[in-house]
Design a protein around this ligand. Structure first.
Ligand code: AN7
Length: 359
């Protein structure tokens, strides 16, 4: 411990402090951390089915410092970028990656360049990238166009690419699987999660597999990748050229981690499924109304997928299911407000307020 840089002390509660033995971070590296991880695993009472012995939990990743699971990847990616001498980071993003990259770059004292689709990014995420001082570049194209551009940037510049094609990102994100096992005391039987660029499903599978190989558990879950119907390349089996969904975070037609995600599905005995925007919004509302959890639309696609699977009997009885809720609902206030009744507007009197309550 004495040889570690000042930030790497036991007061640090982030992922590298907790799971460093499983991460490719050299001892000498200065950790770039916001004490991410340790997110709640919350039992979803209304989706559990005692009759069938089905238990359902949500891994609430919106509780991370910038409000999404991307922080797990970004602590490792930024730590390694700084360690390797990068002076800036760049990413293409549907929003959450840009928010996390901007925050962790700010913490590291280096610049962030973020390439986002014009107009198709949730307001909160844009505010985060701007507020953390990133250079925000809106392109008149979609995420897939942005991804092609950042991937073809010359590599000699001291700029690290921090999309999930960066292997350090996946190492950070795999720790969510560790936490689930550490909390449940076992691996779940099924894991439902949203799939966009497919980094996260690949990372979870890596995490479950590493704990399995370390003999911490003797089972691994079936990985169920949930997509939006208008952006479901894994369901159709090929890239989609004009992805469209209200769940802008997963409006992705040409996922970068295609092979890894296919391997995860196959090796785990899992499958991919799609939900349309109405089903996604109703799952989002259900979680907010009935469970007290406000997640963003792209996150609710995992629960929309679970509701479908519970209905068509594709799940076995006596099983434990985890759904990842990848991001915080506050990031996308527009979508939330658009689907909710307007507040009533009354005079500032007891009678008026009472009448509206009784109404
Ligand atoms: C809330 O921010 O791709 O399948 O650029 O923000 O690992 O891509 C976001 C993805 C799910 C999909 N849920 O994860 C980006 C970006 C939320 C997300 C996903 C994203 P991947």
């Amino acid at each position: 411990m004495e040889n570690l840089p000042p930030s790497n002390r036991s007061t640090d509660a982030g992922l590298i402090a907790r799971y460093g033995d499983y991460l490719p971070v050299p001892k000498s590296a200065q950790w770039i951390s916001l004490n991410e991880g340790s997110t709640p695993l919350v039992r979803l009472h209304t989706l559990c089915d005692p009759g069938r012995g089905i238990e359902v939990f949500a891994k609430v990743e919106g509780a991370n410092p910038t409000g999404s699971f991307k922080d797990r990847g970004m602590t490792v990616a930024l730590t390694m970028a700084v360690h390797d001498g990068s002076e800036a980071v760049i990413c293409a993003s549907t929003g959450n990656t840009s928010a996390a990259a901007a925050a962790y770059a700010a913490r590291a004292g280096i610049r962030a360049f973020v390439v986002i689709p014009d107009g198709k990014i949730a307001l909160g995420k844009l505010a985060q990238a701007m507020m953390h001082g990133a250079k925000v570049i809106q392109i008149t194209g979609d995420f897939d166009d942005g991804m092609e551009i950042v991937k073809s940037m010359p590599t000699e510049a001291p700029v690290a690419l921090v999309n999930s094609v960066n292997p350090f990102r996946l190492h950070g994100q795999k720790t969510a699987a560790f936490e689930i096992i550490d909390t449940l005391g076992k691996a779940p039987d099924y894991h439902f999660l949203p799939v966009g660029n497919a980094g996260n499903i690949s990372a979870y599978w890596m995490g479950y597999t590493e704990y399995y190989e370390a003999r911490k558990v003797n089972t691994r879950p079936a990985m169920v990748g949930c997509q939006a119907a208008g952006a479901a390349p894994f369901v159709s089996g090929r890239p989609v050229s004009n992805p469209e969904t209200l769940a802008t975070a997963i409006r992705i037609g040409n996922p970068q981690s295609w092979e890894l995600a296919q391997q995860a599905r196959e090796a785990s005995g899992g499958w991919f499924l799609a939900s349309d925007d109405d089903a996604i919004l109703s799952a989002q509302k259900f979680l907010a109304h009935r469970e007290g959890i406000f997640c963003e639309p792209a996150s609710a696609v995992s629960v929309a997928g679970l509701i479908t699977a519970l209905g068509d009997e594709s799940l076995e009885d006596g099983t434990t299911i985890v759904c990842t809720l990848t991001g915080q609902g506050l990031k996308d206030p527009d979508t939330a407000i658009a689907q909710s009744p307007e507040p009533v507007r009354v005079a500032p009197t007891l009678t008026a307020v009472r009448d509206s309550i009784l109404d």
